[in-house]
Ligand binder design. Structure first.
Ligand code: BES
Ligand code: ZN
Length: 477
């Protein structure tokens, strides 16, 4: 049951819906793609826009520079982190909220129905389409909406907020770990609990709370051969071809059934306990949720438990792409001279990026030797992210569960997720506080895909949920 103050806040969010949607439209229009140097200025614009919104509401914040990075051979300035305080009443709890303002790349020509950086409405379904709508601009604006609505109805925010919005999450959160370490006894001091809204419901109907994420280790496997691209009529059958070498190695990493073939990887996985196994039974989920989210019927298994465990508690290896391969339409008869294969492993407890790099390097070196190729091979491991698992028997989760029941009228499922948010483990370890993932969007939102969307109802109710969570956590013990 909501208190009168909570009710006032929630009613204001409903009443102010149009303005909140306009705010999201403004944010989506700034193409803050962190992975492409051409959009770096937009990342800075997005950070300025957010800081201005927070400052206008009376938050005390700043943009923290993180130094430079090397992107596509260029040294460029990293997008800044926004650190802001809202309230500093020693009698109140202090909650750290985190989200990211950078987004995945998006081009209309990728197959989007509308311009990706223009929030577009489908009145009938109540959906708002646009890059970043669900991942993660809707959720970060949720926090701003919460502060604003409290002011509008004259209700005091029941906690102090520390706000951390970063602009490199989609590109591995470069520089953020160092900042957290540096600021642990300064900006991050005095935090009681942490809340991140950057994940999704398991399906499309029932909300959830998430207490685990997989980590990630990304690899680039470069094969260098001839000094230039060659004519396959003249040199086919004559030289060792880089792409053939690359396919030979990449085909030995994982089976079409998803089994990782690298010796030593599966042994790193924490064993499944009976108690954990039962959790997958009670989660509200059907194979059709996967079908809907993928727009296909391509799930590896038909068994609910298997599918859930494949996403939440086992590692996976995905092949992402090949730089340098001929990928245009037409039938160019080329032998590419250099190709770079990209793949990544999603990590679960007790895997660490270091151990995974070690076994992958050993295996690929052995397999490379077996090829007997005269080309050269180089394997690069990108900075990795460890998996994260939190204790859901904490007041932080009880508060979020209560708030979910008030807003949605159901008890949320307790899930783990397959994606990664690199800073989640950093926060938990360095700050030593409980962390909760409280999602706004649904499983079929299409994060990272074409036609990414957020349902208006998820944006509005999701904002109410963030606000009511703050009310519940303020008094929880
Ligand atoms: N919002 C996702 C994380 C996520 C994905 C949570 C799926 C729950 C389910 C986040 O923005 C993301 O995509 N992270 C990257 C991190 C990577 C670049 C280190 C990811 O998981 O690929
Ligand atoms: Zn995200």
């Amino acid at each position: 049951m909501a208190t009168p103050e909570q009710q006032k806040f929630a009613t204001q969010i409903d009443a102010n819906q149009q303005a909140l949607i306009a705010r999201l439209a403004e944010a989506v229009a700034i193409p803050s793609v962190s992975g492409d140097a051409r959009y770096r200025k937009a990342c800075f614009d997005m950070a300025d826009w957010l800081l201005a919104s927070l400052t206008k509401l009376g938050a005390k914040g700043e943009l923290r520079p993180l130094g430079k990075q090397n992107l596509e051979g260029q040294q460029i300035e990293l997008p800044p982190v926004i650190l802001a305080d809202y309230g500093n009443d020693p009698k109140k709890k202090t909650i750290l909220v985190y989200g990211h303002y950078d987004v995945q790349p998006a081009l209309k020509s990728d197959g989007w129905e509308h311009e990706p950086f223009k929030l577009t409405f489908d009145e009938k379904s109540g959906r708002m389409y646009g890059r970043g709508s669900t991942d993660d601009k809707g959720p970060i604006l949720g926090w701003i909406n919460v502060i604003e609505a409290h002011q509008q109805v004259g209700v005091d925010l029941p906690v102090n907020l520390k706000i951390c919005f970063e602009g490199m999450e989609e590109s591995g959160s470069v520089g953020l770990d160092d900042l957290v370490e540096k600021e642990k006894d300064a900006f991050f001091k005095g935090i009681d609990a942490i809340c991140i809204s950057d994940n999704y419901w398991l399906g499309t109907k029932k909300p959830c709370l998430t207490h685990g994420l997989r980590g990630i280790q990304y690899f680039k496997l470069a094969i260098n051969g001839p000094g230039a691209d060659l004519h396959s009529g003249v040199f086919g059958g004559v030289v060792h071809e880089p792409m053939t070498d690359l396919f030979a190695i990449m085909s030995k990493l994982v089976t079409p059934q998803g089994k990782i073939l690298i010796p030593g990887i599966n042994e790193l996985v924490a064993p499944l306990t009976d108690e954990e196994k039962k959790r997958y039974d009670v989660m509200e989920f059907q194979i059709s949720d996967i079908d809907e989210a993928t727009g296909s019927q391509t799930a590896i298994s038909d068994e609910k438990q298997q599918v859930l465990m494949g996403r939440m508690r086992y590692p996976s290896l995905s092949l992402h792409g090949i730089e340098g391969a001929f990928s245009e339409p037409g039938t160019k008869t080329v032998i590419p001279s250099r190709v770079v294969g990209k793949f990544s492993v999603r990590l679960v407890p007790d895997m660490t990026p270091e151990k995974v790099v070690e076994v992958v390097e050993k295996y690929i070196n052995e397999e490379w030797k077996k090829l007997g190729s005269k080309n050269t091979m180089r394997l690069d491991a990108e900075p990795g992210g460890k998996p994260w698992l939190a204790d859901p028997n904490h007041y932080n989760y009880r508060a979020a569960s209560k708030a979910t029941e008030t807003v949605y009228g159901v008890k949320p499922d307790l899930t783990r997720e397959g994606g990664s948010i690199p800073v989640s483990l950093t926060f938990s370890e360095i700050l030593g506080k409980n962390l909760l993932l409280l999602p706004m969007g649904r499983s079929n939102d299409g994060a990272h895909s074409i036609n990414e969307k957020l349902d208006i109802s998820n944006y509005i109710k999701g904002t109410q949920l963030l606000g009511l969570y703050l009310h519940e956590v303020a008094n929880a013990a």
